[in-house]
Design a binder for this molecule. Structure first.
Ligand SMILES: NC(=O)c1ccc[n+]([C@@H]2O[C@H](COP(=O)([O-])OP(=O)(O)OC[C@H]3O[C@@H](n4cnc5c(N)ncnc54)[C@H](OP(=O)(O)O)[C@@H]3O)[C@@H](O)[C@H]2O)c1
Length: 234
């Protein structure tokens, strides 16, 4: 799929840029806009760890002191195997340590990223903050059970997105803050679990999500969309 240049961001930041989807998102943005306007942060590359607020503050302060603002911030950091443990099939496998680790990366991390980076969204034009959630975080769509730590950390992330959308609409009237489901994408995160049932490549998912984000307006803030722009039940 070719993405239209219309509405392309002018200054973007991708967090979790070392991951399968994050990396493809950076590449897709670089096809659309000058490479030096695409900023990237990752844990393995820059020490940007969403579970360490100090590292988030340091990066946000650096951008602020450079006078930098963004019309697109995309968070692709997340985990399905917190503390090295795969998703639980049943409650007897539930571990408080693993669950806490899932929330630290998938919920509290993005909340802290919103705390320190949403103020860097451009105020004088439409600006977008999107974070990768997952369809399995939908409570209304949960028919199979299992994966309690991952599902609930993403459901809680969706609530964080909703809260942020309401609060930041007051200071950033043209902001669009959304949760996205990328599809089932072949990356390190899914290789043990998707069993070949992929909906797209990471490159395709990145292009689809960029297209969706280009057409969202402030009326869409606080919602949960899939890679085709279809709204997902909370
Ligand atoms: N792939 C799918 O089918 C799928 C489906 C639904 C939702 N998602 C969501 O999409 C997101 C990206 O998934 P992916 O498939 O691209 O996974 P991935 O290839 O495993 O990449 C995960 C990324 O998260 C980063 N990360 C993990 N813990 C971090 C931390 N504490 N601080 C900062 N960065 C951290 C990793 O950084 P380092 O490698 O630098 O440590 C890496 O960049 C996740 O939130 C996932 O839940 C994916």
């Amino acid at each position: 799929m070719k993405i239209s240049n219309a509405g392309a961001p002018q200054n973007a930041l991708v967090i979790g840029a070392s991951g399968g989807i994050g990396n493809a998102f950076v590449a897709a943005l670089c096809d659309l806009m000058p490479g030096d306007a695409v900023n990237a942060l990752s844990r393995s590359g820059d020490g940007f760890d969403v579970t360490d607020e100090k590292s988030i503050i340091a990066a946000a302060e650096q951008f602020a002191s450079d006078g930098q603002s963004f019309d697109l911030i995309f968070n692709a950091a997340g985990t399905l195997e917190p503390a090295g443990e795969g998703p639980e099939k049943s409650f007897d496998a539930l571990s408080p340590e693993v669950m806490q680790a899932a929330f630290a990366t998938n919920t509290i991390g993005p909340a802290l990223v919103l705390k320190h980076f949403a103020p860097l969204l451009s105020k004088d034009q439409r600006s977008v903050f999107a974070t990768l959630s997952a369809r399995v975080g939908s409570i209304g769509d949960n028919r199979l059970g299992g994966w309690m730590s991952y599902r609930s950390s993403k459901a809680a992330l969706n609530q964080i997105v909703r809260c942020a959308s309401i609060e930041f609409a007051r200071s950033h009237r043209q902001s669009v803050i959304v949760a996205l489901h990328p599809g089932t994408i072949e990356t390190a995160l899914t290789k043990k679990y998707a069993k070949g049932r992929y909906t797209d490549t990471s490159e395709g998912a990145a292009r689809s999500m960029i297209s969706v984000l280009q057409y969202l307006t402030p009326k869409d803030t606080g919602k949960f969309f899939d890679y085709a722009g279809k709204e997902i039940l909370w």
